[in-house]
Write a protein that binds this ligand. Structure first.
Ligand SMILES: N[C@@H](CCC(=O)N[C@@H](CS)C(=O)NCC(=O)O)C(=O)O
Length: 207
């Protein structure tokens, strides 16, 4: 099997590079020029009808959605290390926070930023304040979401938190920033940042 990540450094694919570095499997990065609409080309739409990045292929398997990609990679290549094993009750907490990122943090932050009018009891992401408190609770039981054990849930959830802190989409609560700093200090996170940065430089994107 060979892994290819269809990638642009200014997209959520940047977080998938961090995932791949944590997993430690060989992979190829395929640059997709989203500025020129290359993610909407027929060959890309055949892989992801949403016309969005990231897209990861592993042999004939196509995986989209950042959280799904992370959970897939951890189960397939790092079971028991980055994903709790099937019989480990920690899997409950692992899935809980991994899926909280795309189903609550992302739409909740978007709703807040765009000033959407919605009913918190009907919208799955609830109130913004409750979401902020839930994030704080999740990162306050130890260094990581599973306590002292780092997992792929931290890359999924933590990747979202790090991104949103960087762009001012979450308030700088001390528990958030301490968690983000712990994650950013990981060698795999730094290796990913270097790879993403090299691609920014190679394509002259930083100007
Ligand atoms: N739910 C998707 C979101 C993917 C997404 O929105 N990707 C953005 C880049 S971060 C994109 O491709 N935007 C370009 C577009 O929609 O045209 C995921 O978690 O992967």
């Amino acid at each position: 099997m060979s892994i290819t990540l269809y990638h642009h450094p200014f997209s959520r694919a940047a977080t998938v590079v961090w995932m791949l570095e944590e997993v430690g499997v060989p992979y190829t990065l395929e640059y997709v020029d989203i500025m020129k609409g290359a993610h909407k080309a027929p060959a890309m739409l055949a892989k992801n009808p949403m016309g969005k990045l990231p897209v990861l292929t592993d042999g004939d398997v196509v995986v989209t959605e950042v959280a799904a990609i992370g959970l897939y990679l951890a189960d397939r290549y790092a079971a028991g290390r980055l994903a709790p094993t099937l019989d480990d009750p920690a899997r409950g907490t692992y899935f809980r926070w991994a899926l909280f990122a795309p189903s609550v943090i992302e739409p909740g932050s978007m709703a807040k930023a765009a000033g959407w009018d919605y009913k918190p009891g009907q919208a799955g992401w609830g109130t913004h304040e409750a979401m902020l408190d839930a994030i704080e609770a999740a990162v306050s039981h130890g260094d990581y979401l599973l306590g002292d054990r780092f997992s792929m849930a931290d890359v999924i959830f933590g990747g979202t938190v790090r991104y949103m802190l960087r762009f001012g989409m979450l308030p700088n609560r001390p528990a958030y920033t301490a968690y983000a700093e712990r994650l950013g200090a990981r060698p795999a996170a730094q290796a990913a940042e270097a790879k993403n940065g090299a691609i920014v430089a190679e394509h002259g994107l930083g100007k």
